[in-house]
Design a binder for this molecule. Structure first.
Ligand SMILES: Cc1cc2nc3c(=O)[nH]c(=O)nc-3n(C[C@H](O)[C@H](O)[C@H](O)COP(=O)(O)OP(=O)(O)OC[C@H]3O[C@@H](n4cnc5c(N)ncnc54)[C@H](O)[C@@H]3O)c2cc1C
Length: 295
C-alpha cells in the first residue's frame, strides 16, 4: 500500500519550522521516519501535511553543555552508539543504544522521535526517567521545558501541543559517584523490549544512595517510574539484599499485559530481575565493589 497524499515541507532552520508548524493545521513532524513512514504506508496515519525536519542542521547535535547532555532532534540512535562521550560517561545510554531495533533503524531513527512517538516499548523514555531528564519544546509561544514525567500521557500520546515540536532531549551531566545502566529482555535482534529497566544511582560521600532513578520499559501503558523502589533505595547503603527488595517493589509497581511473548506474571518477574541487574551495574559504575551488589 502507498501513503495517502499529503503536502510536504522541508524547512532549513528552526525558526522557519516553528512558523510553518504554527501556520499549518495539525502538521506531522517527520524525523527519522522509522515509525512514521510505516504508519503512512499502511495508512494508519493520514496527515494532510508533513514537515520534514531533516534539513535543519542546527538540530543535529549530541554534546554536553550548561550541565546537561543534550541530544538535538536529529541525534540518531547510531550517534549515541558511536559516541566516545557516551561510552565514557553515560552507562545506561551506552547499554541501550546497541539494543534499539537493528542497525538500519538505528542509522536513521532519532532519540527525540522515539520519545515523541511515546511507545511504552521505546527504550529512551525509561532512560530519561531514570536520569530525571526533560525535553525542550518549541511552539508559537516560544520555548518551554517539559520534565519527562509530565510528557507521556497514554500509549502514543504526549502532553505536547499540536503546534509544538521537540527540539532537544536532555539529562543532567553525571556528578561524582554516579553510575547508570540499562537492562533489556527481548526475544531476538531487532525486537522491541519484552521488558526493560534503566537505573541511575548517585552515592553520597559516605557511600549511601543519595539519589535513585528507575525507569521501566514495556510494562505499563507508558514508560513508567518505579517510585516506590526509588524511595526504598534512597538513604541506604547499596547491597544485594537492598537491590532484591527494590526489584520486588518495581515489579509490584509495574503493570504489564499478557501477550504472545509472555504472561503478565512472567514479565513482572523479569522486571524484578532486570531491576536488580541494572542497579548492580549502576552501583558498580558509581564505584561500589562488585561483591557487595551482585545478587
Ligand atoms: C522494527 C522496529 C523495531 C524497533 N525497535 C525499537 C526498539 O527496540 N527500541 C526503541 O526504543 N525503538 C524501537 N523502534 C522505534 C525506532 O526507535 C524509531 O526510530 C522511533 O520510534 C522513532 O524515531 P524516528 O526519528 O524514526 O521518528 P519518526 O518516525 O520520524 O516519528 C515518530 C513520531 O514522532 C513524531 N516526531 C518525530 N520527531 C519529532 C519532534 N522533534 N517533535 C515532535 N514530534 C516528533 C512524528 O511526528 C511521529 O509521530 C523500532 C522501530 C521499528 C520499525
Amino acid at each position: 500500500m502507498k501513503a495517502a497524499p499529503f503536502e510536504h515541507h522541508e524547512p532549513t532552520s528552526l525558526s522557519q519550522a516553528v512558523s510553518l508548524i504554527e501556520s499549518l493545521d495539525e502538521p506531522t513532524i517527520l524525523a527519522g521516519g522509522q515509525s512514521l513512514v510505516p504508519m503512512l504506508r499502511f495508512r494508519l496515519a493520514r496527515p494532510d501535511t508533513v514537515v520534514d525536519i531533516n534539513g535543519i542542521d542546527e538540530l543535529d547535535y549530541l554534546h554536553e553543555a550548561d550541565g546537561y547532555l543534550k541530544m538535538g532532534a536529529l541525534a540518531r540512535h547510531a550517534d549515541v552508539e558511536d559516541s566516545e562521550l557516551i561510552t565514557e560517561r553515560y552507562g545506561s545510554f551506552a547499554d541501550a543504544a546497541p539494543l534499539v531495533a537493528d542497525p538500519q533503524i538505528r542509522n536513521r531513527g532519532t532519540i527525540v522521535g522515539s520519545i515523541a512517538q511515546a511507545d511504552p516499548k521505546g527504550d529512551w523514555g525509561s532512560i530519561l526517567i531514570a536520569h530525571d531528564g526533560e525535553v525542550v519544546a518549541a511552539g508559537p509561544d516560544g520555548e518551554r521545558t517539559v520534565p519527562i514525567d509530565e510528557l507521556f500521557l497514554l500509549p502514543y500520546d504526549t502532553s505536547l501541543g499540536e503546534n509544538e515540536l521537540i527540539t532537544e532531549a536532555r539529562v543532567p551531566t553525571p556528578v561524582e559517584r554516579e553510575g547508570s545502566a540499562y537492562h533489556k529482555l527481548k526475544r531476538k535482534t531487532g525486537d522491541y523490549a519484552m521488558a526493560g529497566v534503566a537505573a541511575r544511582l548517585i552515592l553520597d560521600e559516605d557511600g549511601r544512595i543519595e539519589t535513585a532513578g528507575i525507569g521501566m520499559t514495556a510494562v505499563d501503558i507508558t514508560n513508567a517510574r518505579a517510585a516506590d523502589a526509588e524511595d526504598h533505595l534512597e538513604g541506604e547503603r547499596p547491597s544485594a539484599d537492598l537491590f532484591e527488595a527494590a526489584g520486588e517493589l518495581a515489579a509490584e509497581q509495574s503493570n504489564p499485559e499478557s501477550d504472545e511473548h509472555g504472561d503478565a506474571s512472567y514479565k513482572e518477574r523479569m522486571v524484578e530481575v532486570l531491576t536488580q541487574r541494572a542497579l548492580g551495574d549502576a552501583a558498580e559504575r558509581a564505584g561500589v565493589t562488585k561483591r557487595r551488589v551482585t545478587p
